[in-house]
Write a protein that binds this ligand. Structure first.
Ligand code: NDP
Length: 443
């Protein structure tokens, strides 16, 4: 049995009941196999055994008081996965589905994603099973303050810098930053995605969605295609989906569908993004309300967004939202490119269908790395106590995304897997981390 296959089997056995973590391990280790097995020093130095085991996992109780005066208790997590190339960096997710397995899969992916950005950031992830939906601002603040009261012991500008993710946007980051500062008595860049009045970076809000589209656009350009005049389906209607839609529209593409966890809208003349922003960013409402703005649009409950005919699909909601049936529907409708804005939105089976059918497939760890890359730019600005203009940050972001595409395409080619960007991203991300681990000894 090969080194990678053995580590995969052992790790799955040692971490029972963690299906999302197993899925991420399987994808990454399987595609690394030819690369790793040709280099015996990795096995001698236990690189994979160390890589799959987080450096530290913190789990804690988060008690808070709701508007009825009742005490509620949630679970809090921070997984500090790997610091070989820099301080732990990765978002916080607040969603009822959050479990140790989900945080570990996200943290594991984050190691390679952060490495791909070319910036000095290690991998981490955290969150809670708290659901901000339907809570008052005061309840969200009470939760965020309690969460940070414990988390602040484990993070800092030089060792672990969390950011947002699902359910954690500007409001939550603000409440958590306020509490960090109060408890630690330090004003430092300990969180990214901060408000512009207290150390945030211009273009951070847009960065993941914009970055996704920059990378997809570059991938298309290198294959003689472009987004101009193309029909695009985007899932989700949160931070990533909204700014991906905006950039697609700026580049001349037409986004015809968006969704949330209840259902999806189809607007054949192209979605009205101002309406979506008002519903989601201002009113914190449901995507079904879009019909109030555009009576001609269709709203459907439940899944089904991938059945809509499109040239390019951008899954930007959550893990495993695009399965085998969806992949077949995309292929038979002529979709030629898929870019993952979300983390692991495509199941393993769906990915293999897309690759077999020569759909250009940009995996999340490369395609959505613009968010964390811009977070690292926010850290640099905080450390230097300066603020770059929107254009400066946006230019750096575009450059980073084009470099990422170049690197993953080259790594795929070198591995004899032309246009397999899953393999390319895993190899290119892994190489740098493994090299740093070798140089730092058995730690
Ligand atoms: P938001 O909370 O802003 O939006 C998430 C969107 O996805 C919402 O429309 C939400 O609908 C939908 N969604 C969430 N869970 C589900 C579900 N189980 N089924 C169907 N729809 C769901 O999060 P982001 O936009 O920040 O994150 C989206 C994805 O992008 C995540 O996978 C995240 O990890 C990834 N990502 C985010 C980055 C960032 O900078 N924000 C960086 C890199 C990756 P509803 O409102 O109904 O819950």
């Amino acid at each position: 049995m090969s080194y990678t296959a053995r580590v995969l089997e052992q790790t799955i056995k040692r971490n029972p009941g963690e299906p999302e973590f197993h899925q991420a391990l399987t994808e990454i280790l399987t595609s690394l196999q030819p690369f790793v097995d040709g280099r015996p020093e990795y096995e001698r130095w236990g690189i994979l055994e160390r890589l799959v085991e987080p450096e530290r996992v913190v789990m804690f109780r988060v008690p808070w008081v709701d508007d009825e005066g009742r005490v509620q208790v949630n679970k809090g997590y921070r997984v500090q996965f790997n610091s070989a190339i820099g301080p732990y960096k990765g978002g916080l997710r607040f969603h009822p589905s959050v479990s140790l397995s989900i945080i570990k899969f996200l943290g594991f992916e984050q190691i390679f994603k952060n490495s791909l950005t070319g910036l000095p950031i290690g991998g981490g992830k955290g969150g809670s099973d708290f659901d901000p939906k339907g809570k008052s601002d005061r309840e969200v603040m009470a939760f965020c303050q309690s969460f940070m009261t414990e988390l602040q012991r484990h993070i800092g500008a030089a060792n672990d810098v969390p950011a947002g993710d699902i359910g954690v946007g500007g409001r939550e980051i603000g409440y958590m930053y306020g509490q960090y500062k109060r408890v630690s008595n330090r004003f430092e860049g300990v969180l990214t995605g901060k408000g512009l009045t207290y150390g945030g970076s211009l273009a951070r809000t847009e960065a993941t969605g914009y970055g996704l589209v920059y990378l997809v656009d570059e991938m298309l350009r290198c294959h003689g295609k472009s987004l101009e005049g193309k029909t695009v389906v985007v899932s989700g209607s949160g931070n990533v989906a909204i700014y991906a839609t905006q950039k697609v529209q700026q580049l001349g593409g037409k986004v015809v569908a968006l969704s949330d966890s209840n259902g999806y809208i189809y607007d054949e003349i192209g979605v009205d993004l101002n309406a979506v922003k008002e519903i989601k960013e201002i009113n914190r409402g449901r995507i079904s309300e879009y019909k109030n703005y555009r009576p001609g649009a269709l709203y459907s409950e439940g899944k089904g967004i991938w059945g809509i005919k499109c040239d390019v699909a951008l899954p930007c909601a959550t893990q495993n939202e695009l399965d085998e049936t969806d992949a077949k529907a995309l292929v038979s409708n002529g979709c030629f490119a898929v870019g993952e804005g979300a983390n692991m939105p495509t199941t393993l089976e769906a990915t293999s269908i897309l690759l077999k059918n020569k759909v250009l497939f940009a995996p999340g760890k490369a395609a959505n790395a613009g968010g964390v890359a811009t977070s690292a730019l926010e850290m640099s600005q905080n450390a230097m106590r300066i603020a770059w203009s929107f254009d400066e940050v946006d230019k750096k972001l575009k450059n980073i995304m084009e470099n990422i595409y170049g690197n993953i395409a080259a790594a795929a080619r070198e591995a004899g897997k032309e246009d397999n960007f899953v393999a390319g991203a895993n190899i290119a991300g892994f190489r740098k981390v493994a090299e740093a681990m070798l140089l730092q000894g058995a730690v």
